[in-house]
Design a protein around this ligand. Structure first.
Ligand SMILES: [Zn+2]
Length: 378
């Protein structure tokens, strides 16, 4: 059955009356077919419309041939007249993204001759794939040109050329299409074969923001957003920057310099701290020179530094250096193979870990007293 498609007649139609032609229960809900509908079915990169039909919720809208099928969460009576209400916020967002994509694709096609070979509206940004490399420095120009088109508030023309006229229209398309073909034209900007629902005038797109352009297959993938989405994403980015500005006590447009300065100072401080720690470890190690086996508790020592300290003590003590911090341990020796000792630690204190013959690093469960009794030093 051929559903009359009200969304093509008036893209701003939010409410409509229709007659229920069929209602069938499935395992997902109730599949409802109407004589006419303003619910756009998923297709052409655009998400389907949601909303309500005769008081029941529309969970999904799909096209089967020329029939639009509404998946509802409740039954509707066949033959009854029902009112349909579109979730307009969702639809208008989809329209803004879709027309914005046409504007950008039209500009890229005119400037470079590249074709849009993929289009997806995600939950945050939309991605548009082109079959050629767009230079990074061109992105601000493309964005500026797209916004000029938006502000010119051009009227879109959606029409079906006659079979004779179609070959002469010169439109963008992803693949060869049989007649009839629906053409969406933004005068002077773009002509494209499209089954989606667009805004009526480019001004409704509000804003076009291109966020990134990365290499993708043989071309590039652009991440962008239009209208309300673009404003929401720019607001989120602005709020992040405001927080960074407060953290660094920097002016809102000087945060990058402030972050670079802090990062440089941090690297210098870490370098100095490492040098000082090496000196301290050397001094500690010097106190154990020739002492034979050493057991040392360093409660504040991070696990990563235990090895460095154990290593330095092992270099001079002439026995086994056993350094621990909480449950973390590191044993090092230049004279002894620690394999057997490691095994004993596993048996006695459930130690986990391992190492080379002169090393054992890992964790165990023992009190300092238990370790002192286990590992007597001279
Ligand atoms: Zn389209």
């Amino acid at each position: 059955m051929n559903t009359k498609k009200l969304y093509y007649e008036d893209c701003h139609r939010k409410q409509f009356e229709a007659q229920v032609v069929a209602c069938e229960q499935t395992d997902k809900g109730y599949e409802v077919i109407l004589n006419q509908t303003a619910f756009y079915p998923e297709g052409g990169g655009q998400a389907c419309d949601l909303g309500t039909l005769g008081g029941v919720r529309v969970l999904d809208t799909q096209e089967r041939g020329e029939t639009v099928v509404h998946l509802c969460d409740g039954p509707l009576t066949e033959g009854a007249a029902v009112e349909g209400i579109i979730d307009w916020e969702r639809r208008f967002d989809q329209m803004q993204q879709h027309t914005g994509e046409h504007i950008v694709s039209g500009i890229v096609h005119r400037l470079y001759g590249f074709d849009n070979v993929g289009f997806h509206v995600g939950s945050e940004v939309l991605t548009v794939d082109f079959d050629g490399i767009i230079p990074q420095e061109a992105l601000p120009l493309i964005e500026a040109e797209a916004n000029r088109v938006v502000w010119q508030n051009l009227t879109l023309r959606c029409w079906y050329p006659s079979e004779e006229e179609l070959p002469t229209v010169g439109y963008r398309t992803k693949r060869a299409l049989p007649w009839p073909v629906r053409i969406v034209e933004i005068p002077g900007v773009d002509k494209c074969a499209c089954c989606g629902v667009q805004v009526g005038m480019t001004g409704e797109v509000g804003l076009v923001k291109i966020f990134s352009c990365v290499k993708f297959h043989q071309g590039v993938r652009i991440e962008m957003a239009c209208g309300g989405r673009a404003v929401a994403l720019l607001n989120a980015a602005y709020d992040q920057n405001r927080q960074v500005s407060q953290t660094f006590s920097a002016k809102i447009f000087e945060t990058a310099d402030a972050a670079r300065t802090v990062s440089k100072r941090l690297a210098e401080a870490e370098y100095r701290a490492n040098a000082l720690q090496k000196q301290i470890f050397d001094q500690i190690a010097a106190g154990y020179a020739g002492k034979g086996n050493v057991l040392l508790h360093r409660p504040d020592c991070p696990p990563a530094d235990l090895r460095e300290l154990a290593d330095r003590i092992a270099n001079v003590c002439g026995g086994i250096a056993f350094v621990y911090s909480g449950s973390n341990i590191c044993l090092a020796s230049r004279t002894d193979d620690l394999k057997e000792l490691g095994k004993e630690l596993k048996t006695r204190f459930d130690a986990r870990g391992g190492g080379k013959p002169g090393y054992f690093q890992g964790t165990l469960t023992a009190t300092p007293e238990e370790l002192e009794a286990f590992f007597p030093v001279s």
